[in-house]
Design a protein around this ligand. Structure first.
Ligand code: FES
Length: 327
């Protein structure tokens, strides 16, 4: 799966709800060069990136990611998974998904020496100070977790899930991790794993949506003093959605948005190459001018000055029955 990620970050207060981090900040535009490519697991490559001019790179903290602009124009977010103290380069890792949205396939076509434009680092998956940590990573979800595990040291415990060890990157960098490969120990019960968090622990989860959803249910029910921080790989399910229509002003087409789908998904049926990236309302790529109708804004990214006449189609919806968009 491409590493565009839906990021929910819960605050440290209990009970816990996942919410986008309001502390989004602008990144830096950087011209980098692919310095080294390393096979880390089946279909997973890591990329070490350096400044084209050899300069030191902006600092970052565990949980940060880069916006990567691929040669095709596709934009994707990838977590930084190297050493935050090493400002000579950034490391990201990408699992190749053959039938994904194309970002991972294009990343895997890169070669050492290729130029790559990025913006970053930015951090929407904040690493908080806590008396103890429970980390739960699924597959390529280890990427943002890896620097956190190293930073937490003896206060942290990592449970690393995967289909098999061969598919799990960076095992050799995680000697203290509890490895739960499906082909060795079977499908894990996420609730049981999360329930092992100590009172007051910060619980970090990065993996497929069912893993994050199970973590949220368990934390709500069982650990009211802890905090839950999750990062996902795909768009969140639509909640409280109602069907509405969108008229595309430039083409005259009307698309119907189902109650359980996003406006972006519906627009893609009419405009397959409409631009988007994170699909979770934080990157701003899908921002679209609204020419008619009221918007039910479901993001915390758009500035107040743009909320009357723009929307993020990946998360926001019509407040009434219809919208007219400048598409
Ligand atoms: S695609 Fe990132 S905000 Fe919509």
């Amino acid at each position: 799966m491409d590493a565009y990620k839906q990021i929910f970050v819960a605050g440290s207060a209990a009970p816990l709800l996942s919410q986008p981090d309001p502390l989004r900040r602008k990144g830096f535009d950087l011209n980098l060069v692919v310095d080294r490519i390393t096979a880390e697991a089946v279909d997973v490559l890591s990329f070490t990136l350096r400044a084209a001019d050899g300069a030191a790179l902006p600092a970052w903290r565990p949980g940060a990611h880069l916006d990567v602009f691929l040669p095709s124009g596709t934009q994707r977010q990838y977590s930084l998974c190297g050493d935050p103290n090493d400002v000579s380069g950034y490391r990201i890792a990408v699992r190749r998904i053959a039938n994904g949205q194309g970002g991972s396939v294009e990343m895997h076509r890169l070669r050492a020496g290729d130029a790559l434009r990025v913006r970053g680092p930015r951090n929407a998956f904040t690493f908080v100070d806590a008396p103890s940590y429970l980390f739960l990573a699924g597959g390529i979800g280890i990427t943002p977790i890896l620097p956190m595990v190293k930073a937490a040291g003896p206060r942290g415990h990592l449970i690393y899930l995967g289909r098999s060890r061969a598919t799990m990157p960076f095992l050799n960098e995680l000697p203290g991790a509890e490895i739960r490969a499906d082909d060795e120990t079977g499908i894990p019960d996420i609730a049981d794993l999360i329930a092992r968090a100590e009172p007051g622990a910060a619980v970090y989860v990065c993996g497929p949506p069912p893993v994050a959803a199970a973590a949220e249910r368990t934390m709500f029910a069982g650990n009211p003093t802890g905090s839950l921080h999750t990062e996902r790989f795909s768009a969140p399910p639509v909640t409280d959605g109602r069907e509405f229509r969108i008229r595309l002003a430039r083409t005259g087409q009307t698309v119907r948005v189902g109650a359980g789908e996003t406006a972006l998904t519906a627009i893609q049926r009419a405009i397959p190459d409409v631009v988007y990236s994170c699909r979770q309302g934080f990157c701003g790529t899908c921002k679209t001018r609204v020419l008619g109708g009221a918007v039910d804004h479901r993001d915390r990214t758009l500035p107040a000055a743009e909320r009357d006449d723009h929307m993020l189609t990946c998360v926001s919806r019509a407040a009434d029955d219809a919208l007219v968009l400048d598409l």
